[in-house]
Design a protein. Structure first.
Length: 506
């Protein structure tokens, strides 16, 4: 019996983790299909254990998956989903050698069940989808303006297990009670009762949330107050893929920091992540029944990278992490279709030094939306996302260029910010962008003028090597390049509204 128990323990090493305290809720209905994160529960000698099965689609729509436990994550092989049936193979490297485990099961009515099998025995598993915290949750620092007055307040939004939202409003001016909090399709609404000194009054809020920013208006019989807010902890909220290294080797792990700064380190629940400027820290205790041990992290976040050290009873390991697109999220890139028509120009890559200067000249920020018309291999949109953290869309008409761009986005793991589309650029609505980059012929730049004129005032247009006849540039910059066969490079910057030249004076 002892030998059997030992063999089953080895089997579980690659599968089980400590129980999770999943009090998170979703901001909507569970996504159809099977993509997303699943909590798998298994009974081992009367003790319930759990792990995370993470399923997603790649850019070609192929199902991929990972199994996550306290020792790290491992990618699954031979993943198949036909009808209600699900199967995969996991290979785990233990101290006793390689363990291959086969899973066969089914998904029905939002529940997953099946069996992990190996030459060491079988283990039954039951699973349910993990519901995520609504994106509106967490603490928001707000700035309020009414006529010539300006003041600040803090708003904390919570969600219970029934997905009902509640909020607290903290201000140095009076007492406030928030009711009827609702968040749908990016719109936040609530009612507010206020008491300031001896006066009481009712008001209502309606606004929009975009990423980590909040804008809206509070209306009452006293007038209107404009509200602008930013999420506390925006720099760290999201899914991070960690590389954890020590003298004995390396492994990967996932860190999910929720909007309210609670977190999951692998499958381990973290009550609160502490954030002080760019310094990040958290602590927790892992309970394995017979023994417990502490886990602590201390590090910093800078330019979308997380670095630091994880310390446990086994010692200290170095950690480097970068953001990852959330599992099961809608893919931001698109599949390649047939050729729409022949490209207008031959493809000549823009040197990276020129790409960097184009983005610098456009004064790109994280709040911009950049369109690259004729994106080639996607180097401009990828650089904009990596270096500036802005959203970007690359358009090209050639299937080969689209494939190269998709590969570049995947390689640099910027799919959460970058979208690639196969489109004819002369059919596009450019009005949503505020930065447009070009490497086309002068005649094609001119052809784009009617579309470029629909850009919002203050939008920036940067062209590599070619001007736009009839439109005066705001700035012209020359980049010397002795190594390039094409010689020096010239960059043209325009801002909207376009400054058209008077041809009658020429």
């Amino acid at each position: 019996m002892k030998q059997l128990a030992k063999r089953r323990t080895v089997l579980l090493t690659g599968l089980i983790v400590l129980p999770m305290f999943l009090t998170q809720v979703s901001a909507g209905q569970a996504k159809r299909g099977i993509t997303g994160d699943w909590q798998l529960k298994m009974d081992f000698d009367g003790r319930q254990m759990s792990s995370i099965l993470s399923l997603s689609e790649d850019d070609d729509g192929k199902l991929r998956g990972e199994l996550i436990n306290i020792w790290g994550l491992s990618e699954l092989r031979d993943l198949k989903h036909e009808g209600r049936q699900l199967s995969f193979v996991q290979v785990y490297q233990s101290r006793d050698g390689e363990i291959t485990t086969n899973f066969t099961g089914s998904i029905e009515r939002g529940k997953l069940s099946g069996t992990f099998s190996s030459d060491r025995g079988d283990l039954q598993a039951e699973g349910s989808r993990i519901r995520r915290l609504p994106s509106i949750a967490g603490e928001w620092e707000t700035k309020l303006k009414m006529e010539d007055r300006e003041f600040t307040a803090s708003m904390i939004i919570r969600a219970d297990e029934q997905q009902k939202l509640a909020a607290d409003w903290n201000s140095q001016w009076g007492e406030h009670e928030i009711t009827n909090v609702a968040f749908k399709a990016g719109k936040l609404t609530f009612d507010r009762k206020s008491k300031i000194q001896d006066q009481q009054f009712d008001s209502s809020f309606e606004g929009n949330v975009k990423g980590h920013t909040l804008t809206g208006t509070i209306k009452s019989e006293r007038g209107e107050i404009t509200v602008e807010g930013n999420r506390v902890g925006a720099a760290v909220v999201g899914l991070w893929e960690l590389d954890i290294t020590s003298d004995s080797g390396s492994r990967k792990q996932l860190l999910r920091i929720n909007p309210d700064l609670s977190a999951m380190y692998g499958p381990i629940a973290i009550k609160k992540v502490d954030l002080d400027n760019d310094q990040v820290a958290f602590k927790t205790v892992v309970d394995l029944g017979e023994r417990k041990y502490d886990i602590s992290f201390a590090g910093q976040v800078e330019k979308r990278k997380l670095t630091g050290q994880i310390t446990t009873s086994r010692g200290t390991r170095e950690v480097t992490g970068q953001r990852r697109r959330p599992t099961g999220a809608r893919r931001r890139t698109v599949a390649v279709t047939q050729t729409l028509r022949e490209p207008d120009v031959i493809y000549v890559p823009t040197p990276q030094v020129v790409v960097d200067k184009m983005l610098e000249l456009a004064q790109v920020t994280k709040d911009d939306l950049l369109y690259d018309l004729g994106c080639g291999d996607g180097r401009i949109v990828v650089t904009a996302a990596k270096d500036y953290g802005c959203r970007a869309v690359g358009y090209d008409i050639a299937p080969k260029r689209i494939k190269e761009s998709l590969a570049n986005v995947e390689k640099n793991k910027v799919g959460h910010l970058v979208r690639i589309e196969q489109k004819d650029i002369f059919t596009l609505d450019l009005s949503k962008a505020n930065v447009v980059t070009l490497y086309l012929l002068p005649s094609l730049n001119v052809k784009l003028i009617p579309q470029l004129e629909k850009l919002k005032p203050g939008s920036r247009i940067v062209s590599h090597d070619f001007d736009m006849e009839g439109v005066k540039p705001d700035k012209v910059v020359t980049i010397e390049d002795e190594e390039d066969d094409y010689g020096d490079h010239t960059l043209y910057l325009w801002t909207t509204p376009l400054n058209k030249e008077d041809v009658s004076d020429q």
